[in-house]
Design a binder for this molecule. Structure first.
Ligand code: HEC
Ligand code: HEC
Length: 86
């Protein structure tokens, strides 16, 4: 194999690797995570800027509040990153 052919092969492998990783990241977690519910409580957050909306989440979803998160909840710094609005 010439050096040029080797470079082509490595570039191709690299691209396949990237595509695989991208698919994995796009596919894996969000599909199973519940979206932001469409109900009286959450409807107003659908149109708000994400960062604005996220300031309200912990008024109810925090220990001792109306709907605390389970202890097994994953890291929760950006709610709407995982709980999509759709
Ligand atoms: C006024 C209180 C309140 C606020 C503010 C609030 N929630 Fe909720 N949320 C609730 C309650 C109560 C439930 C459980 C009952 C229900 O499903 O409506 C709930 C349920 C949920 C669920 C689970 C839905 C399901 O299918 O089980 C998600 C996800 C959620 N909230 C995300 C959020 C996010 C993200 C924010 C901030 C943008 C937010 N909530 C702000 C009260 C609130
Ligand atoms: C890293 C991704 C991620 C982030 C960020 C995140 N969550 Fe979750 N959340 C999950 C997963 C995964 C579950 C459990 C699986 C599911 O949604 O059914 C969950 C579950 C929930 C539930 C349902 C709990 C129950 O009793 O069943 C609520 C409510 C919720 N999250 C609210 C929030 C709020 C509010 C924030 C921001 C403070 C937040 N989440 C940030 C991934 C995330």
């Amino acid at each position: 194999m010439t050096t040029k052919q080797k470079h082509l092969l490595y570039n191709a492998l690299f691209l396949v690797g990237c595509a695989g990783l991208l698919l994995f990241l796009l596919k894996a977690p969000p599909e199973t995570t519940r979206p932001l519910p469409h109900d009286a409580t959450h409807e107003r957050f659908m149109t708000m800027k994400k960062k604005e909306a996220e300031k309200f989440c912990e008024r109810c979803h925090a220990p001792g509040k109306e709907a605390p998160l389970p202890e097994t909840h994953p890291p929760k710094y950006r709610c709407l990153f995982c709980h999509k609005r759709k």
